[in-house]
Structures are given as structure tokens and as C-alpha cells.
Ligand binder design. Structure first.
Ligand code: NI
Ligand code: MN
Length: 227
């Protein structure tokens, strides 16, 4: 599975046959400028955790350009239909669905959710994705919450994408505890350094994970790595 960091909480994941983009906020991110070719993303599916602009700024354009199916909440689907995006799949918390790339469970997050135009975006969520190669958890923006302990009762998660930026989400210390809750040893950091409130001391973040015997991958924008 090839993972490319697109900045902030955006990733391109190539499963071999399919290209998945998570939470597209790319062209408006100063840190991403010149490092990601937006037109080359060409996703087959776009998974969207919640409505905030730093997760959806490029959603409509990317969906239009690629024809990708957008997976998100019922309210996300309603909003997309109003924007003229018809290829959608709505989910709600606890529910799973088999997509061509694997089985997706939409899981609750502890966060708010609205669009930039202030319209309602449902509640914020995350995704547990089971592909042939790996099962991974993309939490979306969230604080630490006890329900994450439910995940290993049903899923054998090999790695998770967790926010570490603090202020709007968990910090690294809580993200390391989240990995403990989910029972996975490897975490890919997201939602850090993009703007002033979420700048992170990378060495201190790694230390929080070291202390629990977990690995923290701090990805570089525009760079790919295999997991
Ligand atoms: Ni948010
Ligand atoms: Mn956010």
C-alpha cells in the first residue's frame, strides 16, 4: 500500500487497484504549494471525515475533475448533491459497506462539523478501512475518546492516522494513548504544523510514542512511503 502525504490531514492511498484520497485540502495549504500535483491525484474514491474547510476545500473540484465516488455522512451527501456532485455514498456511525477497494466502517469522532458556508455537515467521523493488504484507521479530527477501545474488538488495525496538532484535536501524548486504545503500534501523524495553533515539536511528539513503545511516522508533504 503506497501512502502519499498531501499535507494537513490529506492523504493519497494507492491500494494497487484503487486510488483513495482522504480529506482533500491541498491547494489552499501554504505548506503544500509546489509539492503536490493536484491534477495528477485522480482518485477513484474520496473519503471525507467532516465538513470543516481544512478537510473539504478541494472536495467539489476534485470530485468533479475525477468523477470519484465520495464517501461520508448522510448530511455530507446532501450538501454534495446541492453542489452538483451525484456520485456519493452516505454512511452513518457503526455502519460498514463493501467497496471495490475494501470494507469501510464509518466510526464516530469527537469533534464538530460544519461547512465553510455554515451549512450542517452531520457529525464528524473517521474510517476503519479493511483492504486485502491492511486494516487501517483514519480517525479524522478528534479528541481522545473511550469508544476507540471498541475498535480492536472487531478489527485488527495495523496502523492509524491520528491528529497530533493539539488545540483543535488530540496532541501527540493523547494520540499515543489512542494507539494503545486501538491496539496498533504504528501511527501516521496528521493535522500538525499547517497553521499557528497546531505547530508541533517533532522530537517531543516522537518521545510520547517512544514512552508507550509505539512508532510515530511524521510524514513529509509530497513524499510517498510503503506500508
Ligand atoms: Ni475539523
Ligand atoms: Mn481540521
Amino acid at each position: 500500500m503506497l501512502i502519499t502525504y498531501l499535507g494537513h490531514a490529506s492523504f493519497l492511498i494507492e491500494t494497487g487497484k484503487h486510488r483513495l484520497v482522504f480529506d482533500p485540502f491541498i491547494r489552499g495549504n501554504e505548506l503544500t504549494k509546489g509539492k503536490v500535483d493536484f491534477d495528477a491525484l485522480k482518485p477513484d474514491f474520496i473519503l471525507v471525515s467532516h465538513g470543516h474547510e481544512d478537510h473539504t476545500a478541494d472536495l467539489v473540484d476534485l470530485a468533479n475533475a475525477s468523477g470519484a465516488q465520495v464517501i461520508g455522512s448522510w448530511e455530507m451527501q446532501n450538501w454534495l448533491h446541492q453542489q452538483g456532485i451525484k456520485n456519493t455514498h452516505a454512511m452513518n456511525f457503526g455502519g460498514s459497506w463493501n467497496f471495490p477497494f475494501g470494507r469501510v466502517k464509518f466510526f464516530q469522532a469527537m469533534h464538530t462539523s460544519s461547512f465553510a458556508d455554515n451549512s450542517y455537515a452531520g457529525a464528524a467521523g473517521g474510517f476503519i478501512v479493511e483492504t486485502e493488504e491492511h486494516c487501517f484507521y483514519y480517525s479524522g479530527d478528534t479528541g481522545l475518546f473511550q469508544d476507540m477501545k471498541l475498535i480492536p474488538m472487531f478489527h485488527d488495525v495495523s496502523f492509524s492516522f491520528f491528529p497530533i496538532g493539539d488545540n483543535f484535536t488530540m496532541d501527540a501524548e493523547q494520540a499515543a494513548m489512542a494507539a494503545e486504545f486501538v491496539n496498533c503500534d504504528k501511527v501516521i501523524a496528521m493535522h500538525f504544523d499547517t497553521f499557528g495553533f497546531i505547530e508541533v515539536d517533532h522530537a517531543a511528539a516522537r518521545k510520547s510514542f517512544d514512552q508507550l513503545g509505539k512508532e510515530l511516522i511524521i510524514p513529509e508533504i509530497g513524499k510517498s512511503f510503503e506500508l
